[in-house]
Every structure is written in structure tokens, then in C-alpha cells.
Write a protein that binds this ligand. Sequence first.
Ligand code: ADP
Ligand code: MG
Length: 713
Amino acid sequence: MDLATPLEQIFTKLQPRQKSALKHLGLKTAEDLLRHFPYRYENPADLVRISEVITGEKVRIWGRVQKIDFEKTWKKKMNIAYATAEDATGRIKMVWFRQPYIARMLPVGSCAIFSGTVAVRKDEYYIANPLYDIVPCSVVPSFSKEDSSRLQPLYSSSAGISSLWISKAVAKILALIKADEFLPAEIIEKYHLPPLSSALRWAHIPKTEEHANAAKKRFAFEGVFLIQLMRASQKEEIKKKSGIKLSNIEEHCAEFLKLLPFELTGGQKRAIEEIVSDLKSGHPMNRLLEGDVGSGKTAVAACAAFIVAKNGLQAAYMAPTEILACQHFETFSKVLGKANIKIGLLTSGFSEKFPSKIAKEKSTHVSKTQLLKWVREGEFPILIGTHSLIEKKVEFKNLALAMVDEQHRFGVAQRGKLSDKGGTTHKEIGAPMPHFLSMTATPIPRTLALTIYADLDLSVISEMPLGRVPIETKIVPPKDRNLAYEFIRTRLVAGEQAFVICPRIEPSEPSPDGFSQADMKSVKEEHKKLKEKIFPEFEIALMHGKLTPKEKDETMKNFRENKAQVLVSTSVVEVGVDVPNATIMMIEGAERFGLAQLHQFRGRVGRSDKKSYCFVLPSSYSADIFRRLKALTEAKTGFELAEYDLEFRGAGELSGRKQSGLSDIGMEALKNLKMVEAARAEAKTIIESKTLPQYPLLEEKIKQLQSEPLHFE
Ligand code: ADP
Ligand code: MG
């Protein structure tokens, strides 16, 4: 047995429920489980006795479940679960709303550590919606500081697999398997890292906090080091390949600039220069264009696509949502149409071509089969679309440029698939690889960008187009809601438009975390309210993910053409949507969204020279929520917010996480800049001195990582 042995082979008596839980947690092999680190260690000394809880205090208690009860409120049909937990000193009641599965997770007799805020009702203490970690009943905390040395690991678990199960399983594997060190000995020594086998033991069964921390440090270093090594060696590989040749690049670029209705900003020009020099280098371009929301990345993409089209080759542009793909199709048609360039649109709901035969400045529907045939024959130099572009049946005649917008919404594999469409004529081995350009507004701190995108060259647009007025962001307390509406009315009367964002579609939709959310706004309710009561004199449109593609497109068109003045929407308009006439962004239930997401919403306005406003309306308040939203009002750029997020919530919350390929511990490590720099420097040295083959185990590890699809979605 070794690290690669499947868990099902080690634990032969797994029930179907456990199997699916393991799958859900992404745990297949012994190594996966060993690298499923505890997210926290419970120190029994930090627990509070039940007899000593105080109203309003946040506590963690140990308790044995005595009783479980259920109730369904008849009015709202809401499930309520009650449990009573007991320790040696007393009992306390716990209440969960909309979590009917609690009884299965916490059977009578089981023990857990509960955490939450203590409240009082009818002279009785209780905790509402406590979080819980199931622990072995045999380890009853003694509450005396002296024998609290044993730290208890807590793992993120899933229905079917408890934290306790994981801790037992890990112990079994640690006893059976020997893990070979793959980090170079010099590095282990230089940075005082524990070797792999000790680090694994210390991460899972730490005797002291120091051990747990040393293990954390090692895995964090390792994470950054490996990812950097892997991406940097990918970059070296790409540099060796030959790129698709393009000619008259500068002339086409100049011609493109004349098509634009505006003058480019310095940042846009610089990005285009960098792209031009990539295209001339003889090697494939592999570039990430980073620029805050509204900085004008689309124009840069259009320039690259134009150069390729003028060379008689093809460019593909993939966006994460249908709404955005349609918008790009319109923008490209408007700008590049003037130079008689044909453009196709392909999403699950649409297949269109521009221009239409009859009306030169319009697009028209074509059958998917016909569009695909034209693309295969090279008839369409530019194809814009969603994930549909990477479906098998899409083939290009000569794809020379693959572009991905809002690339943080895609996984690494999906991005790669677009480049792999390198055209039927380029399939031979050694054939040149298409140029690749991806775009993101997701502001991530520089260290994070340099680490997880070490395979890409970076272009940054750091300024906004001229004439933009800073957006004013305000947290609106409930009592001022009507003031906000009256203010919005003045803007609507002036001919401007507003977005209203709500966290959900339906009024009664339960959220996955099961928390009570009676106050959470839904688009349907809000739409009705605004239409009938607040703004009856205006046209109010409704947008959400369950509309058909046609409905979505029509709604967006109406809004873009100011046929509707207010758009009530879910987060489907989060990225990319560009309606410069909209100057108000009102966000309901704002605490439900992450900071990066809120910043994206805010970026939907402030896209013209008119002053724009972002109103943030939380549906509940806490010091934490307030601090977070305050950060939004104070930070003007996404980068400031990203640094804030990193500081206060940990890198795990950043949107870069899913696609980064870094473990939670690795992400956590990014807070420690010195360590990240050290790990990056060591990786760079190995790549530049080409000494990787001197470390066979490390080389093998890198190969293994490269062949593994990353976890995403
Ligand atoms: P993002 O970087 O968020 O993708 P877009 O490309 O959607 O931004 O551009 C935002 C808006 O700014 C669009 O309406 C676009 O037409 C406009 N724009 C882009 N570049 C300039 C510029 N240099 N001058 C004026 N307006 C610009
Ligand atoms: Mg964009």
C-alpha cells in the first residue's frame, strides 16, 4: 500500500453514503485523505461549561445530545429542529431553522462541540443555529487547564463522513504508510521545515500547538513552491514552442484604433503593445490581462481579435455567461463590423451571425449546424460564446487566438480546452500553438497573481478611462430605505437607470446553509413591490438565471435601450455587463455577497462621465458585517479590497481559490509574504538553473500534479 492506494481499498466496508461523501469531499486516495488537513484544532481548555454560559456571549461548549425534536411552523412551513445537550454541569437547548437533516447528523447519544451565541427565551438559555463538530464521547473535556494538552483536530466533513471518522481513518493510514520526502534537503534545512512524515503526523495528531504550526508552515511552503515550480516549468515549455505567425501586426493595430469611438487610455495602449510584441515573438502568447472593473479590457481583446482576423485566421472569445457573450457579440459587431469582419455567436441558447444578409448593421439567427460548418470552414474569423465554444463539435479551420473573459470563472482545464481547438490544419505534432489571452477583473493581490499565474505573462491596466467620476458608495440603514428610493427617482427622472440586486429568485427558497432568512429579498418580490408601489411610473424589468436565453437577451436589450429604467436582478449580472447609462446600483441583502462580488456589482455603474452611486442594504447587522461593508465604501479599487479580504478573511475567501490549485493551507500561507517570496525564489532558482532532474522525487511530484486535473466546480 502506498499514497496512491484508493481509500476504498483501504476501507473495504464503506457504505454507499460514505462513498458519496468521500467523493463530495474530493477524497480518492490515501494521499488525498492525508492532505485533507484539519481546519482547526479544538483545545479543550477553550470550552465553556454549560452551567456557565451567559446571554449574548459567543461560546463553544461540549455536550452529549439528549433529545431531538421537530416542528414545522404551519405558516411558513419551516422546519425547526430542537436538541438538548448536556455536560456534567447542566443542559442547554439548541434550535436549528431549516436544517431537517440535523437529526441524522446528531443522533441522541452523540457528542459534539457546539458553537454559537447564547440567547434567552422564556427564562431558558438556548443557542440558535449553532455550528457543531462531532467528537468522540470518550474524550470528555475535564475543564482543568493541566490536562488539556491534547489538541483535537476538526475536519471539514460531509453528510455520511464525520470529522471523527476522518480522524480515525487518517490515524490508520499514518500507521500503515511511509511518505517519502520530495522537497530538496537543502530547502528543508534552510527554512527549518519538518520533513514530510513528521509534518503529516503533526498536522493530524499534534501534541502541541507548535507542532501543528510547524506542519502548517511546511505544507504552506510546499504548496506555493510546487505550484510555482509547476507553472514556471509550463511557461518554459510554452516558450520552446513556435507560435502562429501573423503579419502586418502594427498596421492592423493602427487601423483598429481608428474604428474605436474613443481614445485608448495609457494602460490599454501598454497592454496592446505587450500583446503586439508577444504576437511578433515567434512563440505562443500566454498572457493575463488584469484590470479593474470598467477599465476597458474588451477593447484590448477586440484589437487582438482584429489583428488575427485581418491575417485571415480565427479568434475565439469565451465568456462565462450568456448575457456577457451576447453583449460582447454586440460590441464586436458594432466596432469591427465597420471593417467588414464577420462575427459568430454561439451559446446554448443562441447561434447568430453578423452581419445579416439583409441589414448590414444587424445580426441574424442561423442554425447551429450551419454556424458550426462555417466556423469549421474558416468562414467566420471571430467566434464569441460561452462554454459552448469548448464542446467537442466546435472545430476551427485555423484558430490563432483563444481568449477567455472573466477567466476566474473558468477552471484551468476549461481554459486549456479552448486553446486545444488549435484548428484542424494545425493538429500535427509540433504544429504551432494558438496565442492565448485571458482577462480578469478579479482583483487579487500581486503575490497571489504571481504565484498562481506563474505560467502567464501579466499585463495590468491600472487606470480608468478619462472622465470617469468616482462612484459614491453608501450603506443604507433600514430607516433610510425610502430616502434611497426618492433619490433613485430623481436619477430616473433625469433619464438615468438603476440596477437592484437581490440574493435570491423566489421568496421561500431555502439557502444551502439552512439559516433562517425571513428577511432575505427575492427578485420576484422586489420586482413586484417596485413596479406596483415604489416606481409605478417607470418600467421595471426582472432578470434571473431561470429565464430562458431569449427572455434574458430581450430583458438585457430592453434595459440597454432604456425601455426599462430599473433592472431587478440576481447575481447573473455580476460580471461584465456594460450599460453606461445606468448610474445606480442598489444591493439588497448585501451581507450575503463576498467583497469581491460586491465590487463587481458596483462596477456595473460608473461607466460613463455621469456620477454613479452604489447603495448597500444589508438585511442583518453585526459588527463583522458592518466592518466588511465599510471596507467596500472606503476602498475605491478592487486591489485595495483584495488586500483587505486577504487580511481579514484569509486568502481562502478570494475568488482565486477554486482555480488556483492551491490547498487551503497554501492559500492561508499567502498572507505570509516573506514565505511566499522565499518559496517562489527557490522554485525560480531550480527552473532557471535547470536543476529539477537532480531531485527525482520532486520532478515526479510535479509531473503528477501536472497530469491531475485541478479541482474546480
Ligand atoms: P471591463 O474592463 O470591465 O471589461 P469594458 O471593456 O466593458 O470594461 O469597458 C467599460 C466601458 O468603458 C465600456 O462602455 C467601454 O466602451 C468604455 N471604454 C473602454 N475604454 C474606453 C476609453 N479608453 N475611453 C472611454 N471609454 C472607454
Ligand atoms: Mg469585461
